[in-house]
Design a protein around this ligand. Sequence first.
Ligand code: SAM
Length: 392
Amino acid sequence: MEQITFHHDTVLSDVHMLHPSGHHFMTHLNSVGQPVFMSRFKILTERRDSNDPEDKRERELRETSETDIKAARGRDGEEYGDRKAEPLLDVDGDLDIIHRPRPNTVGDGGRDWTHPVILKQNSTVLEQEEYDMDEEGCHWFKDIIRIEHTMATPLEDVGKQVWRGALLLADFILSDPDMFRGATVLELGAGTGLTSIIMTTVAKTVYCTDVGEDLLSMCKRNIALNKHILEPAGGEMKVRQLDWLQDDFCTDPTMEFSWTNEEVADLNNTSFIIAADVCYDDDLTDGLFRTLCRLCSNFPRICTIFISMEKRMNFTLRHMDVSCEAYDHFIHCMCQLQEMVDGRCRFRVEQLPSNFGQFLLYERVEQLELWKVTATPLLFEQTRSDTEPFSS
Ligand SMILES: C[S@@+](CC[C@H](N)C(=O)[O-])C[C@H]1O[C@@H](n2cnc3c(N)ncnc32)[C@H](O)[C@@H]1O
């Protein structure tokens, strides 16, 4: 008899789970037979036709959060619009999922605000829906990011889904774009590349890194899908392989996502490192922190690192209780980083408040956190105190 393999480690991102019912069309199968989907993420920005953009954005967010609240109430078994949402079981006793109702369209050409909407690729009708017409012809809406991704992957392929941490970090960039304007930025564990794409709308150069040709190719296709946002901004986004479990950069010119020597040298200009939802396995987290130390200890200037993290609670047999082991290990690594004395770099760690503006639509649950690490090379501090005789 043929052996049946059960993937007990299949995971599905809430970003894809909590989309409105309806268009669940996949675009194609990827090279390893996984269905590939496309989602659109709308950036809530000031409307060109609005008299009071601030009011309008607030209204959009309020309407959206009302939809979210109704959906959340529905999940808890309370009133769901005008329909009672009891916990429903089908005839076999399986849980029947009630999908969030499609939201009302808000007087803007009938488009929805709730996301993601998964579309069939190359559909003429749907493409027209996303075009903006002006005197010069057709344009993709400048505020819609299109991301190719898969759903419900095994753990080793989690990068092919979009995670809430990517959206939180993207929101952080959008809430203070001036901080990153013209900068050289390195993203670690970039997955589909969504956060790097947002970053490239303000930064000069973004090195968007991850591992695996399949994933990096998907990321590259996502750059192509978002030319309408990236080209006008003028920044450059480069997809490169950077494995936290390797000590060196891959500079083999025969490999597609390898680094040139010039690019490796250019990393010395890095002012920011960003990483979204990258701590979910202790060995990988150790590798990530080793990579951060190695990079920052060699940088000639201060580098600021932003890491988004979702504190996921799990029931473990080991503890016979609910715990968040991956998060606890992350905090342990952060403490070690702050206490580290290697004579080359000093790290200062702080958690940032997560109450900055929301430009993308997702549930900003309280478990979503944003952390900032400031890495100061000691040589830099030394040089500064030598040249500033009165500094304290
Ligand atoms: C949960 S996903 C997050 C992806 C994306 N940042 C997001 O939030 O949507 C974790 C990412 O870490 C990447 N990763 C895992 N092991 C890695 C390694 N050894 N080196 C570099 N990246 C790795 C995965 O490929 C994946 O893209």
